[in-house]
Design a protein around this ligand. Structure first.
Ligand code: FAD
Length: 353
């Protein structure tokens, strides 16, 4: 483990301490590899991953083909990548077992036991195993000279240069730049320009995905058992959703019907009404919210940034496939864990490429 400081040289620099960066660092740490991991935030847990439920999509063998097919034909994802991720989804359970995280089976996969922010439970366990995370350390510049990356990292107003053979961007999505968003507020505006400056490609970087069932000015989203007990009503007490949609909500199987939910609640608002979720006499106002940006850095199926050798992108900053219609819920955590594990093993090997 190499500590932060100007002129330092590491094999791998990881930028970001969400589920993607932390899983990768954990794998490198286990193998005693040379790496440095940093986050722009004061706490390594201050990120969208900690706000997440940590529900991971882990299709059983019998549903693998169907899950891949749905991602490809319905969402426009890359078949090669979907096969890669979902065929290795068992790595999620391995990680949970390795870290002693209790889990339960839910609608489409596994989730840490205890409810609430399962993402935070996973990060806590992961980061306990990563001894030196550099906090309040922002990547502000990235260039490449003679095959070696020069990263400019700003900490407490001082910019240091770190040289790295490989850089892994695990910098998350961009949905928090919108006024209504349930994600953690981050500033990573210059990142795409840095990637393009190195010859990297972007895809769908202006594509925003809305979550239809948010409240508290978009800061929180509804999920779970409450949904099956309450009803979505308009100002006049009429049902907002069709019978079919209500059945899906009741059965906790609505995840693949976000477009329908958005369209039906938009129709209600067009008539001047509001959407409310009513449960046990309580009524909360529902608004759609920016949940994630559905594009980003274009990578090959092994997370290598297209157009720049040695640069990698994992987690929500990477554009998986086309993501024109969003992604399957639970995919982000599964993909981040699978890539963290596979890439970690590879980057720690004596001859990674
Ligand atoms: C409310 C909510 C619930 C969700 N529930 C689920 C779920 O159940 N299952 C699921 O699969 N997905 C879920 N998601 C989506 C999932 O949480 C995200 O896709 C995932 O957490 C993204 O992880 P990440 O590691 O890519 O990025 P993040 O967790 O966003 O972390 C990004 C990191 O990069 C750092 N960073 C960014 N720019 C810089 C820079 N320039 N320099 C240094 N550091 C930088 C940040 O500080 C941060 O540490 C949910 C999302 C929300 C908002």
């Amino acid at each position: 483990m190499i500590h932060f400081g100007s002129g330092k040289k590491v094999d791998t620099l990881i930028v970001g301490t969400g589920i993607a960066g932390s899983t990768l660092a954990f794998e490198l740490q286990k193998r005693n590899a040379s790496y440095l991991i940093c986050t722009a935030q004061k706490s390594p847990k201050a990120n969208t991953s900690s706000l997440s439920f940590g529900h991971c999509r882990t299709p059983p063998q019998g549903e693998l083909k169907q899950t891949v097919e749905k991602s490809v034909s319905f969402l426009g994802e890359s078949r090669q990548r979907m096969k890669f991720v979902y065929s290795k989804a068992n790595l999620v359970q391995s990680l949970f077992e390795e870290l002693g995280i209790g889990f339960e089976q839910r609608a489409f996969g596994i989730i840490p036991k205890g409810g609430g922010r399962g993402g935070l439970a996973i990060l806590r366990k992961l980061q306990r195993e990563i001894p030196s995370i550099q906090t309040e350390t922002r990547l502000v510049g990235l260039s490449k000279k003679q095959g070696v990356f020069q990263a400019l990292l700003r900490k407490e107003g001082i910019v240091s240069k770190v040289r790295a053979k490989r850089v892994v961007l695990a910098t998350g999505g961009f949905a928090s730049r919108f006024p209504y968003s349930d994600t953690f507020k981050v500033q990573n505006n210059g990142l795409f320009k840095m990637v393009q400056g190195l010859g990297g490609h972007l895809a769908n970087s202006h594509c925003l995905f809305l979550h239809p069932l948010a409240f508290n000015k978009g800061r929180q989203i509804l999920i779970g058992k409450d949904l099956s007990r309450g009803e979505f009503l308009d100002n006049e007490g009429r049902f907002v959703f069709s019978n079919h949609t209500r059945q899906l909500l009741e059965a906790d199987s609505y995840h693949e019907s976000f477009n329908q939910l958005l369209l039906q609640s938009a129709a209600c608002r067009q008539h001047g009404s509001q959407v409310y979720f009513v449960l046990g006499g309580r009524s909360i106002r529902i608004v759609p919210t920016a949940h994630y940006t559905a594009g980003g850095i274009k990578t090959d199926p092994l997370a290598g940034v297209l157009g720049c050798k040695g640069l990698f992108a994992v987690g929500e900053c990477a554009a998986d496939g086309s993501k024109n219609c969003g992604r399957l819920p639970g995919y982000p955590f599964t993909a981040a864990i699978v890539y963290g594990k596979v890439l970690g093993e590879r980057l720690a090997s004596p001859k990674p490429f």
